[in-house]
Write a protein that binds this ligand. Structure first.
Ligand code: DX5
Ligand code: ZN
Length: 225
């Protein structure tokens, strides 16, 4: 996975048709998605349940780009190997998910994946000051994790602080939650390069009629130009 800081849209399949995930992944990629964002929830770290490694594995043949796996689970470590073997390119764990995030990030890289750290809205940028050389991505949550379609928490200042902390390190800053053509530009200006979007990408479209997915992604990109 070569590094670049060009703007990337990563649709979250949390907003896709759950009975049709494979076709939905192909549809969003055909329509211009850069990455595919996969939200794993355990009903414990977050108050919602989605799916685990077998689903990620089943989706792998349907995703040509990057499988960006966001783990909203605790504990994380017992499942890293399974998510890596399922074909994840990036595995992101929450700093709030346990006392040993340093070990978790090392384990993700040791399993052959890019390592991401996610921060809930209430967690300050400085919390990851000692992790900067262990990460490939920071996921800044702009909603409280657990559900799609929630309203955006404005955290442009936090994004700008993180970008400054990173210096010239090759680390992506990803935004997750409430991304729309309205909220995206300020985040990109502040230093984000990956925008996760669920409802704003999938609204109005379907596997049978995927053109709205493309139009929705273009609307986000054009707002950020
Ligand atoms: C929330 C998830 C997000 C979610 C974003 O816990 O991590 O990826 O799907 O959904 P929207 O874009 O609808 O806020
Ligand atoms: Zn997510």
């Amino acid at each position: 996975m070569p590094f670049d800081r060009a703007l990337k849209i990563a649709p979250s399949i949390l907003a896709a048709d759950f009975a049709n995930f494979g076709a939905e992944c192909r549809a969003i990629e055909d329509q211009g998605a850069d990455w595919v964002h996969i939200d794993v929830m355990d009903g414990h770290f977050v108050p919602n349940l989605t799916f685990g490694p077998p689903m990620v594995k089943a989706l792998r043949p349907h995703v040509k780009t990057v499988m960006d796996v966001h783990l909203m689970i605790a504990p994380v470590d017992p499942y890293i190997e399974a998510f890596a073997e399922a074909g994840s390119d990036i595995i992101t764990a929450h700093i709030e998910a346990g006392p040993h995030i340093h070990r978790t990030l090392q384990a993700i890289r040791a399993a052959g994946c890019k390592a991401g750290v996610a921060l809930n809205p209430g967690t300050p940028a400085e919390a990851i000051a000692h992790l900067l050389d262990l990460i490939d991505l920071i996921c800044v949550m702009t909603v409280n994790p657990g559900f799609g379609g929630q309203s955006f928490v404005p955290l442009e200042g936090k994004v700008a602080t993180l970008r400054k902390m990173l210096g010239d390190r090759e680390v992506h800053i990803e935004i997750d939650g409430g991304v729309t053509p309205k909220t995206a530009p300020g985040l990109v200006t502040a230093g984000a390069d990956v925008l996760v979007a669920g409802s704003a990408v999938f609204k109005g479209g379907s596997v049978e009629d995927p053109a709205p997915y493309g139009a929705n992604m273009r609307a986000i990109r054009e707002a950020c130009d």
